[in-house]
Design a protein around this ligand. Structure first.
Ligand code: F6P
Length: 569
């Protein structure tokens, strides 16, 4: 763990022991006696709580902070060595200390001609060499030059993967489905995702697909993930049954797999052992964490097949733009830093353990799910990078749904139940505007009216006195009081397209890094998912024995007798 010491030498290892942490603790008590209703009346304060980058505006005036709070949070960031940790990340230092790896996902979107050094080597040429291959491959498939085994064009793609090998690509796929250029480029093509090992997910993914025109992409960094490998074998079997030796095409299994199955993985040997040809394997590197891999072949391959490579390049360029902003902008105006520090403030000092991600954009319907993994797998930790047990809970429970749908679901709790800090995300312009003659407001205006109204309702609330003045009967007033003082940030983007989608991804990836850097937790490993995997493999072995026994006895396995330790009583 020498690397751990080196990584933390730039800042306090136990941040909670610093004077800056103590100062914020005291300050939080003072903030406790303020109300956002009053804070928002201070115009100078509100004006100071805006930050902007390339037309993306962050308004954090509805957070429970003053100018003094922000100063103290920046002091804390400096005590944590935030600036040098950001620099260390971009210079390829091994910040993933427990796996002794660099954290270099920003290199995945670095354009040709720039440099990003990992372990003494500039990795940008390698990254771009893979991207060039993806471009050539996706062009060949999309143009019909590369066909299925019977010569038909491969119009449909099933991307098999789970966790980081699924959530990010699906978020981007959905985000661009109705975006002008991307939608035109996708005409006549279908992209499906298969993640869950539940056989129902297989049925859903294959619904209406023809094996002759389907390309299967097996996406797995390790190429060992149980769910993905079982789904990969299931789909290989589906292809071989329809197109293989005993079908009317009479093609060999090897020919079918070569034409219809490709792989994205950092474990090239395992892909070969699965029967996938070298020219159909797209690699990436161990310095890319699974949940940070959407800009690697993991996302780039399925997205380029669907939307074309130029669209994907715009997405990478957007992410790169936000990387540069994060790397070079002073803390006070740095969007990921501001969001990250507000997360630290809300959770460690105001005691809010969850946060809602609320895009007022149906195209971002899978964004919260992706960020849930990025953030909760990264910062849901119990020790520092040096192994000291934290005296507080790091990480937040992230959840969310697009507005306005969420308003008719869980917002009740956010307004009058628990305090849940919210991120409202909106777009100035819609991807697909609708205007109906005779309607008072256009659909997008209606959506954005809610985007602007909700943060105010949460912040200001409604008092008993206001209700009385409005003539609300006394017995109903307690039910209609909104306490307010509920924090939120609003993020306004010009329009959701491939470029801004990349910016948004990078913004949230780095927000998580900022929080982890301040708390000094090992944000880039995920040991917490291991125990469940090990127990499942015990159960699997037992279940398989039971199935064999039951089959030979002509019966069925009784699942209710299997316990989680893998023993059948
Ligand atoms: O669930 C844990 C995890 O390791 C994630 O971090 C990762 O994104 C996912 O599994 C999938 O892993 P792989 O890409 O190796 O199949």
């Amino acid at each position: 763990m020498a690397a751990a010491a080196a990584a933390t030498s730039a800042g306090a290892s136990r941040i909670w022991t610093t004077a800056e942490w103590a100062a914020l603790k005291t300050h939080a008590e003072a903030i406790g006696s303020t109300h956002l209703r009053d804070l928002l009346d201070d115009e100078d304060r509100s004006i100071a709580m805006f930050a902007e980058h390339t037309g993306i505006v962050l308004d954090y005036s509805r957070q429970r902070v003053t100018v003094e709070t922000m100063g103290k949070l920046h002091d804390l960031a400096r005590a944590a060595g935030l600036e040098s940790k950001i620099a260390a990340m971009f210079s390829g230092k091994h910040l993933n200390v427990t796996e002794d790896r660099a954290v270099a996902h920003a290199a995945l979107r670095a354009p040709k001609g720039t440099t990003f050094t990992v372990d003494g080597k500039d990795v940008v040429p390698d990254v771009n060499a893979v991207l060039d291959r993806v471009e050539a491959f996706s062009d060949a498939v999309r143009s019909g030059k590369r066909t299925g085994v019977t010569g038909k064009p491969l119009t449909d793609v099933v991307s098999i993967g789970i966790g980081g090998s699924y959530l990010g690509p699906e978020f981007v796929f959905e985000a661009l489905r109705h975006e002008g250029d991307a939608a035109s480029a996708a005409e006549g093509r279908r992209l499906r995702f298969l993640a869950n090992v539940d056989p129902v997910d297989v049925a859903r993914a294959l619904e209406g697909l023809d094996p002759e025109t389907t390309l299967v992409v097996v996406v797995s960094k390790t190429f060992t993930t149980a769910e993905t490998m079982l789904n990969a074998r299931t789909l290989r079997d589906w292809l071989i049954r329809s197109l293989g030796p005993s079908s009317s095409t009479a093609k060999s299994e090897k020919e079918v797999v070569a034409a219809h199955v490709i792989a994205v993985s950092a474990a090239v040997d395992k892909c070969r052992a699965f029967g996938i040809e070298d020219d159909a394997i797209f690699g990436f590197w161990d310095w890319v964490g699974g949940r940070y891999s959407v800009c690697s072949s993991v996302g780039v391959v399925p997205l380029a097949l669907q939307y074309s490579f130029p669209i994907v390049r715009q997405f990478l360029d957007g992410a790169h733009d936000m990387d540069n902003h994060f790397r070079t902008t002073p803390l006070e105006r740095n969007l990921p830093v501001l969001l990250g520090l507000l997360g630290v403030w809300n959770s460690s000092f105001l005691g809010h353990g969850s946060r809602a991600i609320l895009p007022y954009s149906q195209a971002l319907l899978r964004f919260a799910a992706h960020i849930q993994q990025v953030d909760m797998e990264s910062n849901g930790k119990r020790v520092t990078v040096d192994g000291d047990v934290l005296p507080f809970e790091a990480g937040e429970i992230n959840f969310g749904e697009p507005g306005t749908n969420g308003q008719h679901s869980f917002y009740q709790l956010i307004h009058q139940g628990r305090v849940v800090p919210c991120d409202f995300i909106g777009m100035c312009e819609s991807q697909s505007p609708v205007y109906m003659k005779g309607e008072v407001v256009a659909n997008h205006d209606e959506l954005m009216s809610n985007f602007f109204a909700q943060p105010d309702a949460l912040a200001r609330g409604k008092t008993e006195a206001e209700l009385e003045e409005a003539g609300v009967p006394a017995e109903l007033r307690p039910h209609k009081v909104f306490p307010g003082n509920r924090p939120s940030s609003s993020l306004l983007l010009p329009r959701l397209n491939a470029f801004t989608c990349g910016q948004l991804l990078s913004l949230y990836e780095h927000r998580t890094a900022v929080q982890g850097f301040v708390w000094n937790v090992p944000s880039f490993d995920q040991w917490g998912v291991e125990l469940g995997k090990v127990l499942a493999s015990h159960v699997r072995a037992t279940l398989s024995d039971c199935r064999k026994g039951a089959e030979s006895a002509g019966g069925r396995v009784d699942m209710s007798t299997v316990d989680s330790a893998g023993f059948v009583p």
